[in-house]
Write a protein that binds this ligand. Sequence first.
Ligand code: AMP
Ligand code: MN
Ligand code: MN
Ligand code: MN
Length: 276
Amino acid sequence: MNIDLHCHSNVSDGALPPAEVARRAARNGVQVWALTDHDQLGGLAQAREAARAEGMHFIDGVEISVTWRGSTVHVVGLRIDPANEMLAGGLAQVRSGRIERAKRMARELEEAGIDGTFEGALRHAENPAMVSRTHFARFLAAVGAVADTKDAFRKYLVPGKPGYVPHQWAVLADALAWIRAAGGHAVLAHPGRYGLSAGAMDALLREFRDAGGEAIEVVTASHSPDQVHHFGAVAAQYGFAASRGSDFHGWRESAELGSLPPLDPALRPVWRDWTL
Ligand code: AMP
Ligand code: MN
Ligand code: MN
Ligand code: MN
């Protein structure tokens, strides 16, 4: 079965509206599909309706931004109840600082010689409250300040570069408590992306497990084949289930929906006990 449990619409930093992401997933042969916008549940109703029309099994999802020991890590919540007030309230709090942060990013970029990035990023954001580094990257690429969005992240939007402003996202234990309160399953997103030392990764995985985390992403676009293998072994070692998701954001910016290799059948998939 083709199962894709991680992607974005323009309700956060994806390029397409939720219903278009749904149709694209269906066209690519996805049978079980989750929309997991950053810190936002606003696209789920549209996504669910479009998924039904396409005959796909829809999973309500979200990707929560977390600050853990000074690093940003992402936690995906799957099969959450979008009506849960604790989750909705927590996410509103996580979203609240984005505009202020974007203004600070723009000031830094101005000092680096690039003007107008706040207004520019907002023009690329369907939802101003969700203005993100991705929207800055799209603006920088559109005006030719960088070759493409990847180049924007290399040169400007990552720690140590002008345009990177550290931000306090959710506390790990809080994010997991919200997901669990909403009846969902917590999945640590793209663990290979965090650049953590072996010791720090071990601490993160233990803390995540102790707080009720159930799974880690093993097959995700940002993992190399070696990392897919490595985090498969990590899942087995720590007793986590494994997940698969493209982290699709838009054409040419990311992997395609439903296109990644399947999970190793030796792993326990996060969907094993779900009625699909
Ligand atoms: P933010 O939540 O505003 O910090 O933006 C984070 C988003 O930026 C992620 O969800 C990715 O979509 C994107 N992103 C982060 N790092 C990179 C990178 N190195 N290359 C491309 N996109 C990235
Ligand atoms: Mn993103
Ligand atoms: Mn992420
Ligand atoms: Mn994502």
